[in-house]
Write a new protein. Sequence first.
Length: 80
Amino acid sequence: MERKSKVTQAAVNAACDQLQADNKNVTVNAVISITGGSFSTVGSMVKAWKEEQATCRKQGVSATLAMTLVFEGKLPKFSL
């Protein structure tokens, strides 16, 4: 029997972003329907995505801009 590949945080992030762009609720089950994986694994990744979104909103920075700044080495210090 072939083992499925592991779900990555990047795949979960992309699924969450797509659900949000489609004005759908970002739930663990909705993400699993896109990425596959177990509830416990995907659940912790969705939680991390939601926490990142909350931090960005609190700082007034979009997640896209935050990632751009990270890759450019220019991310400002966020107060958590």
